[in-house]
Design a binder for this molecule. Structure first.
Ligand code: HEC
Length: 240
């Protein structure tokens, strides 16, 4: 019993630790929206793959899942000298990168949507703010003191975080925009939702097929129930 209570307390403590106290927003995403997945893939190739890999994903798989031709994948998704049979590695040398980013290596993002969840990712990518005390001049409300620079500032523009003091501790109260980026806030949110959709797909590519197959399974079951009902009626008709 004591062990069980200890375990529960440990679990509660780790849950409290896992949340940074800010509320997360949910992206409006749809794994079947292949146009959104492609836009997300393009954003990943342009803004993330310089540092992060998604090494469990192959370009050929993206081509077949999203119904894209080899030419389109090469033109829009592949950066550098790679072929359609390669996986989404990063060109960055991992030893070098650890030295650049305060000793932290940019992690592989293949399974990030499964470990962090899509709400966390969507909120994280939209929560960088100016903080001159940090080495890259930015901080993040969802992942405080993160070692990742704000690579999206060109699109989003810079933002300041407003904090108020409540009972002696700093509580996040909202963002204030400082000049605009290339995108309006609505466009930026949409772009980040596409990127999160793509990361969700990369985390479990077979989910797409599972969803498609699921409809047929339900249809089959409904049909089977109908046939079973007719059979039952046939068998019991002389008994009643
Ligand atoms: C200039 C290099 C660089 C680029 C470009 C970059 N990141 Fe990062 N990223 C990092 C580093 C370094 C970390 C590790 C930060 C830490 O743990 O403190 C990180 C961490 C992360 C994490 C948190 C991982 C975790 O531990 O849970 C996510 C999610 C992430 N990046 C997503 C992205 C996405 C999406 C993009 C593209 C929009 C991107 N990053 C572009 C360097 C980069």
């Amino acid at each position: 019993m004591k062990k069980l209570i200890g375990l529960m307390m440990l679990l509660a403590a780790s849950l409290a630790f896992a949340s940074s106290g800010v509320e997360l927003d949910s992206p409006n995403i749809d794994l079947e929206d292949t146009a959104s997945l492609k836009r997300g893939g393009e954003l990943f190739a342009t803004y993330c793959q310089g540092c992060h890999s998604a090494k469990h994903m192959r370009y050929s798989r993206i081509a077949s899942d999203l119904g894209l031709s080899e030419e389109v994948v090469k033109k829009d998704l592949i950066v550098g000298p790679k072929t359609i049979h390669d996986s989404m590695t990063t060109a960055m040398d991992s030893k070098e990168s650890a030295a650049w980013f305060l000793g932290i290596r940019p992690p592989d993002l293949s399974l990030i949507a499964r470990s962090r969840g899509t709400d966390w990712l969507y909120s994280y990518l939209r929560s960088f703010y100016i903080d001159p005390s940090r080495p890259f001049g930015v901080n993040n409300t969802v992942y405080p003191d993160v070692a990742m620079p704000n690579v999206l500032w060109e699109l989003q523009g810079h933002q300041k975080a407003v904090f108020r003091t409540e009972g002696g501790s700093k509580v996040f109260a909202g963002f204030e925009h400082e000049g605009s980026g290339r995108m309006t806030p609505g466009q930026f949110d949409r772009a980040m939702a596409d990127l999160v959709n793509f990361l969700d797909y990369v985390g479990e590519p077979s989910k797409l097929q599972r969803i498609a197959l699921g409809k047929y399974v339900i249809l089959f079951l409904l049909l089977f129930v109908f046939v079973a009902y007719l059979l039952k009626k046939e068998y019991w008709k002389d008994i009643h």
